[in-house]
Design a protein around this ligand. Structure first.
Ligand SMILES: C[S@@+](CC[C@H](N)C(=O)[O-])C[C@H]1O[C@@H](n2cnc3c(N)ncnc32)[C@H](O)[C@@H]1O
Length: 392
């Protein structure tokens, strides 16, 4: 967003107009809204700013629920923002550690700072991008214990601060930056602060594990089975004795697996009636072995993240399937087996086999009223097709 667009938006006319708009549902709504607003005498710049903000607010509801209606966003800021329920977990760590004043260094539109402020902790939110900082200031305005600075975090004076949070930018415009030295603020800067302050650092879930310092608590977080982040926690905001954690947020509520190190893999064993697909956070945290022991399950093949068992136990840490049929994986055979069962709706999952599910789906020419899940994997090292149904 350009500064001029922000200025239009933050005018009393702009904010009034934004709050008066009906939720944005289709392209037709937009065309109609543009025509109506122009007819009412509003400038083209203001109309564009207000409508694009209205669209961002609708999109933001997925991360912020009803709070989105009271917030402002940039497209990039919303994309990178922490979901409110995850930000609340971050903030809770500072509260439990008794931290009084947190610096959020690279605050974006202010999602993490907002959750910290809501817990009555003083927060200074810093962003070097002028428009982003102005938007964070708007979003944090209801909290008298929050202030926003438009500054470079790496030069910011931390006198009086007793906790630090960083969520370094890992994109340059549209490109994802793979080299941690290019992240901003850099990982070295963040790790240096972590030696001096209770510190939380949010990173992408797929980050190279060799980058994780041995003293950090590394917590992978998933929301509705989507792994959204790796949080590294240092000092008083890390939990004693925990180095690996998988926090799983979903319909079931919140559940967590923790350990003092990567867990040793479980035993390999024959395929049972049930197959578990562990949540991505458990896989990333390398806690599959612990999960297998909890479920009395075994691995189906070396380095394949599926577990199998003879009984199904309810768990928030994995999706459970009942295996109905098993045969060696061969495209012709698979096509025949699916046709015989009149399977027209097929969910395809794969692990440890080199198959493009979209290409395979085309070749299978599915027809029929039945549905199933197809799991292509290696069982005891052999390429195998499993037909399965979800266990609720
Ligand atoms: C990933 S976003 C933060 C998102 C935020 N945690 C949230 O949930 O809304 C990273 C932010 O850091 C800011 N940033 C990058 N380098 C910075 C620096 N050296 N000083 C201050 N801000 C910086 C970017 O402008 C961007 O807004």
């Amino acid at each position: 967003m350009e500064t001029s667009e922000l200025v239009e938006l933050l005018s009393s006319e702009g904010l009034r107009l934004l709050d008066s708009l009906a939720p944005y549902e289709s392209k037709d709504d937009v065309v109609r809204a543009v025509a109506d607003l122009r007819k009412a005498g509003h400038s083209p710049g203001l109309v564009a700013a207000v409508l694009s903000q209205s669209r961002l607010r609708s999109k933001a509801a997925a991360k912020f629920g009803p709070f989105a209606e009271r917030m402002l966003f940039t497209a990039a800021g919303l994309e990178q923002a922490t979901r409110l329920k995850v930000a609340a977990r971050h903030a809770g760590r500072f509260q439990e550690a008794g931290v009084k004043w947190v610096a959020d260094l690279g605050c974006g539109i202010g999602a993490d700072a907002l959750a910290i402020a809501a817990l009555d902790i003083e927060v200074t939110a810093v962003d070097r991008d002028e428009v982003t900082a102005a938007i964070a200031a708007y979003n944090l305005a209801p909290w008298s214990n929050a202030r926003v600075e438009n500054a470079d975090a790496t030069e910011f004076d931390l006198a009086g601060i007793d906790g630090v949070y960083l969520d370094p930018a890992r994109r340059d415009g549209v490109r994802r930056l793979n080299n941690p030295a290019d992240w901003s603020p850099s990982l070295d800067f963040a790790f240096d602060l972590a030696t001096r302050y209770p510190t939380g650092i949010k990173l992408g879930p797929g980050v190279d594990r060799d980058l994780i310092p041995p003293q950090a608590e590394a917590q992978w977080v998933s929301v509705d089975h989507d792994v959204v982040e790796l949080g590294l926690w240092f000092g008083a905001v890390a939990r004693p004795g925990i180095r690996r954690a998988a926090l799983v947020l979903g319909e079931h509520g919140t559940a967590e697996l923790t350990a003092d190190a990567d867990s040793p893999d479980a035993e390999l064993g024959g395929l049972g009636e049930f197959l578990y697909e562990p949540d991505g956070a458990v896989i990333r945290a390398r806690l599959i072995g612990d999960l297998a022991r909890q479920l009395d399950a075994r691995m189906i093949s070396d380095s394949i993240a599926y577990l199998t068992a003879n009984t199904a136990l309810a768990t928030p840490f994995a999706t459970c399937f009942r295996v109905t049929d098993t045969f060696p994986y061969d495209e012709k055979r698979l096509k025949k087996e699916l046709a015989q069962r009149r399977i027209g709706t097929l969910e395809i999952k794969k692990r440890g086999v080199d198959v493009d599910p979209a290409q395979l789906r085309k070749k299978l020419s599915l027809k029929g009223d039945a549905s199933a899940t197809l799991i292509l994997t290696r069982v005891a090292g052999r390429h195998t097709a499993l037909l399965a149904e979800r266990v609720r």
